[in-house]
Design a protein around this ligand. Structure first.
Ligand SMILES: Cc1ncc(COP(=O)(O)O)c(C=O)c1O
Length: 384
């Protein structure tokens, strides 16, 4: 049996999304920037895609910019805002300690440009609180960037509260909402979000397409220049099949959200309950209540998460030790370190991230395999 429990890394594309994309490869392939009728026809679909997306996430359609990924969106936003304001009185950028590497590295790169980077510490449950932001924010702060949902432990931050605090100090607020779809309702205006990033492949859409929402009052310096697409903020021929696929995937995700959330929560809770019944010495990383219903991040005392991953993988079960981007980096998770996990246990963790296509039979099989794996590995472990 093959069981895919790494849906926070990427997801299977919904068949209906593939169907929606197909015509844009075969018949409607004209460049959406071309002046001829075929191009202009496609441009209308592109504009309509922005309207359809803004109906779901709120905000204005014209503030949506299509990109190749959330990595690109986050670079575009964090660097773009900073570089457009270089030399001004606001030279401080605040990010949380739990941000994805693409936000962290974007912020780090700005040190050379004269910016000061400060970090908000999460609490032990993996939540970024207003109180911690309050300690470091001031009227020199240009930008606050805090993710809506953490990719490793699935914890949820109250971005509305954090955005309000950023605005009280005259700073902009950005949120990486990649892991929030469809678990949280996103309402850009109500939540006070100035900038936001999404990635289609995290919600059963295609790889290679994402979006950056950038409020029209905000100036950014474009990172990718060329043919002037997207009001000159992001050059490059539009990936129309991808954009249509992302739009369809987002609509499906939110239209079918209630039933999906109920189902995935039942499966996730069942996995956690059975795991505890069958295996001793486990600890859940991050808050159980304030986390998305598809995520479990578990510490297995005395054994390596990496060893568990490989052994499970041999049996057909795919899990992760954290973010996919750290597959070649065994230093231990900086996210788990930031929530105060003992350094001896930083490599003992496994992330199980469920998705739309998982079944109860798959969870039963996973538990059976996991029980064998942990027993076998613990028998060899020098730590008892
Ligand atoms: C929270 C978060 N931000 C950004 C990214 C990067 O997204 P993409 O794969 O679209 O570059 C990921 C993917 O792992 C993520 O989980």
């Amino acid at each position: 049996m093959q069981v895919y429990l790494d849906n926070a890394a990427t997801t299977r594309v919904d068949k209906r999304v593939i169907q929606a994309m197909k015509p844009y490869y075969s018949k409607l392939y004209a460049n959406a920037s071309s002046i001829h009728l075929l191009g202009q026809r496609n441009n209308l679909d592109l504009m309509e895609a922005k309207e359809r997306i803004s109906k779901i996430i709120g905000g204005e359609a014209r503030s949506i910019y299509f990109t190749s990924s959330a990595t690109e969106s986050n670079n575009m936003i964090v660097k773009g805002v900073a570089l457009a304001n270089r030399g001004g009185k606001r030279n401080k950028i605040i990010i949380s300690e739990m941000e994805h590497p693409c936000v962290r590295e974007s912020a780090h790169s700005l040190k050379e440009e004269g910016f000061k980077i400060e970090y908000i510490k999460p609490n032990k449950k993996g939540i970024i609180t207003k109180a911690e932001l309050e300690k470091i924010i001031d009227d020199k702060t240009l930008l606050v960037s805090v993710m809506m949902v953490n990719n490793e432990i699935g914890t949820i931050n109250n971005v509305k509260q954090l955005a309000k605090l950023a605005h009280d100090h005259g700073a902009y607020f950005h949120t990486d909402a990649v892991q929030a779809v469809p678990y949280l309702e996103i309402d850009i205006k109500k939540m006070g979000i100035d900038m936001l990033s999404l990635s289609a492949h995290k919600f059963n859409g295609p790889k290679g397409v994402g979006l950056a929402y950038i409020d029209s009052k905000i100036k950014i310096k474009p990172l990718i220049v060329g043919g002037g697409q997207e009001e000159g903020l992001r050059a490059g021929t539009y990936n129309l099949p991808g954009i249509i696929g992302m739009t369809k995937a987002l609509e499906l995700a939110y239209n079918e959200r209630d039933e999906y959330i109920k189902r995935v929560k039942e499966l996730r809770d069942y996995l956690w309950k059975e795991m505890n019944k069958e295996i001793s010495d486990l600890k859940l990383n991050g808050d159980l209540a304030k986390r998305v219903p598809a995520n479990l991040n578990v510490m297995f005392y005395s054994i390596e998460g990496e060893a568990i991953l490989i052994d499970l993988s041999r049996q057909g079960v795919s899990v992760s030790t954290g973010s996919a981007c750290s597959a070649t980096d065994l230093k231990g998770s900086y996210v788990l370190k930031s929530i105060g996990l003992d350094k001896n246990y930083l490599n003992s963790n496994v992330r199980f991230s469920l998705g739309k296509y998982n079944t109860k039979e798959e969870i039963d099989y996973t538990i059976k395999c996991l029980k064998k794996t942990v027993k076998r590995l613990r028998a060899f472990s020098p730590i008892k």
